[in-house]
Design a protein around this ligand. Structure first.
Ligand SMILES: Cc1ncc(COP(=O)(O)O)c(C=O)c1O
Length: 396
């Protein structure tokens, strides 16, 4: 049978990083390619205790259908936490639980974008979001990400040229893939520009609680007087990625449209895991647990940076993240990172080529992403050594 597939997914090439992920099952490959939290970061024993209690004493609630907006006690607890920690959430906002932050990105696009509308993103940006936009028929338009945030002159230019820009998708804190945090001045400028052009900002903040150096920068949502910011985060990087529990807070009118879209997609997010998140949040020490993860990642990022500083030739540039999971390396003189990544894999070190994060799928990239949360310390030392040797061989 010849299957006649829809056009919707035509723009989604089988991932450029598929080959890399295939190689990850090879135990001899050192992987800096993952986007996962550390396997050491899951509080499995405590989650097992709460799970047993849920099934013993609240089995029907955990096993029955539930409501699309999310488990009410979890929604209330999240509203409180967001307001206290990030000054997120006003009278005019609502918050719903989603199946990971990934679903929230997709729901907003579905709610706002018609075929051919533009979603403007930092370039590079998170591949999962880019594919969510593309699968809804939106065009992903990239604006270069600088050390202090998205380029504001080019952002304005882009909005001028794209009257159908509906969403500005931003990961302002510990950006994936670049590890960059935009400064407050940049955020304020970007906010004013988006407001002027009537574009909704999607503030994606899954790494916001993973700061291990420097000072917090106010969220966009905290100064959103005009009701143009939709704020999203999830439990993936602070408790468990496999549970698929995320949340999104934004203007009521937008959120209620997203609820309609969510009903069609999955009716509601897994209720057992919502209950588990709620119980862990309110009965155990979530902040203490996050502090442990911060310590772990501070050590891992510190080690990777020390190894890079010691062994990489000075013409290799890399970001110095203050939190999150990634840093971003750039090769000299605009060199294409694809052959470098291929050769690194032949030497059993996996990194993700920058092309995977490009808004324009045809554009080359001189950069690649390194993850420090999952490799062992030994692998970080050995792997960076191999990359440094390869760099010298290829670029002198
Ligand atoms: C920037 C960003 N947003 C959203 C997600 C999706 O996270 P989840 O759906 O697990 O909450 C990720 C995952 O890596 C991410 O890096």
């Amino acid at each position: 049978m010849e299957y006649r597939f829809s056009d919707k997914l035509a723009a989604l090439k089988p991932s450029a990083i598929r080959e890399i992920f295939k190689s990850l099952s090879d135990p001899t490959v050192i992987s800096f390619a993952a986007g996962n939290p550390s396997p050491l970061s899951f509080p499995a024993k405590e989650l097992a205790e709460i799970s047993a209690d849920i099934f013993e004493n609240h089995a029907v609630a955990a096993l029955q259908y539930s409501i699309t907006e999310g488990y009410p006690p979890l929604r209330d607890a999240l509203k409180k936490r967001l307001s206290e920690k990030f000054s997120v959430g006003r009278e005019s906002d609502d918050l719903i639980v989603t199946s990971g932050g990934q679903q929230a990105v997709e729901l907003l696009c579905k709610a706002l974008c018609n075929e051919g509308d533009a979603v403007v993103c930092e370039n590079p940006s998170f591949i999962g979001a880019l594919n969510a936009f593309r699968s809804n028929g939106a065009r992903t338009i990239g604006v270069p990400l600088r050390d202090d945030g998205i380029d504001t002159d080019l952002l304005e230019e882009t909005f001028k040229n794209e009257p159908n820009a509906k969403i500005l998708y931003l990961i302002p804190t510990f950006q994936n893939p670049a590890g960059v945090t935009s400064c407050l001045e940049n955020r304020k400028k970007v906010y004013e520009i988006a407001k002027r052009y009537g574009v909704v900002i999607f503030e994606d903040n899954p790494y916001g609680e993973l700061r291990f150096a420097g000072r917090d920068v106010p969220t966009y949502k905290s100064f959103d007087d005009a009701g143009i910011v939709v704020y999203c985060s999830s439990f993936s990087k602070i408790l468990s990625a496999g549970m698929r529990v995320g949340y999104v807070c934004g203007p009521k009118e937008l959120i209620s449209k997203m609820v309609v879209a969510k009903q069609v997609e999955d009716v509601h997010t897994n209720i057992f895991f919502q209950m588990l998140c709620y119980r862990y949040m309110t009965e155990r020490d979530l902040d203490g647990h996050i502090a442990e993860i911060q310590k772990l990642y501070a050590a891992k990022a510190g080690l990777m940076l020390r190894e890079l500083d010691a062994h990489m030739p000075s013409y290799i540039r890399y970001t110095r993240p203050e939190g999150g999971l990634f840093l971003w390396c750039t090769l000299p003189d605009g060199a294409d990172s694809a052959p470098f990544v291929k050769k690194a894999l032949e030497r059993k070190v996996a990194v993700v080529p920058g092309t995977a994060f490009n808004c324009d799928t045809t554009a080359p990239s001189d950069s690649f992403r390194l993850n420090y949360s999952t490799p062992s310390d030994d692998d970080i030392v050995r792997g960076i050594g191999i990359l440094a040797d390869l760099t010298r061989e290829m670029f002198g």
